[in-house]
Write a protein that binds this ligand. Structure first.
Ligand SMILES: [Zn+2]
Length: 229
């Protein structure tokens, strides 16, 4: 799905990824599940590109439906894999992923997804550890925004030049509703991070689950206003 002139949403068997195109040099934001690598390569070739032109992979957090395909993508060529410093040890497989603090509803939802939909993510190297405020070399400069809560090292990316915001799972867009994501480590912190993203001047918000949100600034502000304080 084309989101913007340089931006496509890749819908995968489970989860989704975003492909940013700087004149044939690609940046992937997230990578779906462990089996998603091939689907991502297919999608890139359908768009007329080459998988080995992926230069950067930015992982918004360590969940298996976001970094699952990264180990495959990392083998395609000259790829720099990036994630926040706090996520890197999990993505590398050095420490186990701390589980979310499920609400009762979320526990049932998570069980219904089942292990076949969410296979464990194979360990993947992280070449560059990110911090809040770092600026990445794509999309005219992509600013890293630490959004702790969903996981401790969750990040968003803001491309001011294009009015694009990648939210990771801090924001979801499900059944037409803009809301904080589920399966959080710390829900209150997630809500704080959500409110901070709502203060940015974003035209389109690319969420971890669901279609991109157009008119993002107003939609996020309205949703943030509906979150109980
Ligand atoms: Zn997640």
């Amino acid at each position: 799905m084309k989101v913007d002139r340089r931006l496509h949403l890749l819908r995968l068997t489970f989860g989704q990824a975003y492909l940013w195109n700087d004149d044939g040099a690609f940046t992937l934001v997230d990578t779906g599940i462990a089996t998603s690598g091939e689907e991502i390569a297919d999608a890139i070739s359908r768009l007329g590109g080459r998988a080995d032109a992926v230069r950067q992979v930015v992982l918004t957090h360590y969940h298996e439906d976001h970094c699952g395909g990264a180990a495959t993508v990392a083998t395609w060529g000259d790829v720099t894999v990036m994630a926040h410093r706090l996520e890197a040890p999990v993505i590398r497989g050095d420490i186990p992923a701390p589980p979310p603090n499920f609400t009762d509803e979320e526990r049932a939802l998570h069980r219904s997804l089942g292990a076949h939909l969410l296979p464990p993510a194979p360990p993947c190297r992280v070449d560059r550890e990110l911090e809040d405020g770092d600026v990445l070399d794509f999309g005219g400069g992509a600013r890293v925004i630490a959004t702790p809560g969903h996981t401790a090292g969750s990040i968003a990316l803001h491309l001011p030049e294009h009015g694009v915001l990648f939210t990771g799972d801090t924001v979801a867009h499900v059944n037409g509703q803009v809301m904080p994501g589920v399966f959080n480590m710390d829900r209150d912190e997630t809500l704080d991070s959500f409110r901070r993203l709502a203060e940015l001047d974003a035209r389109v918000a690319c969420v971890g689950h669901g279609d991109p949100i157009t008119g993002a600034r107003d939609a996020l502000r309205q949703a943030a206003g509906e979150i109980p304080a």
